[in-house]
Design a protein around this ligand. Sequence first.
Ligand code: THU
Length: 161
Amino acid sequence: MKKEEIKFEYESYNDISELDEADAKLVQAARDVTAKAYAPYSNFLVGAAAKLANGEVVMGTNQENASFPVGICAERSLLATAAMLHTNVPIDTLAVSYHNLNGDSSKPVSPCGMCRQALREYEDRTQQPIRLILSGRDGKIIVLEKSTLLLPMSFGGDDMK
Ligand code: THU
């Protein structure tokens, strides 16, 4: 028997003022687009903004449904939009933020498991890691060099070969 370990590093910032201009712009876009979320059931408005390798910016927000599982997260709505508008163009950086109408919005958002899997598929498909910037409306910001750091030992297409 051998004990093995998975570790990863990430950057953390006190707030948006510590980011470079391009990242700060993307985080602000993610915060602003929360206004377009449709979240009447959770009151948790999520916004995502991505800078693509072709320089375009694509957005997404969560879209809920009275039949709860039908709803879609901001990250996956963004990925579907990017895939349609800019097919096979890699995503360089994706910022996610939220506005919790029921409480505090300063803890960095944590993408759900389904979105982590969807992000992994997008990385595989476009052959490029997606840099993630996670934040709330204000306060601490986390930057990960690739989204798959959040999904260790994940399952992908190669595992079926
Ligand atoms: N949600 C997202 O859109 N992205 C996340 O990273 C976390 C959760 C949405 C799903 C649901 O509409 C609401 O937030 C509460 O879970």
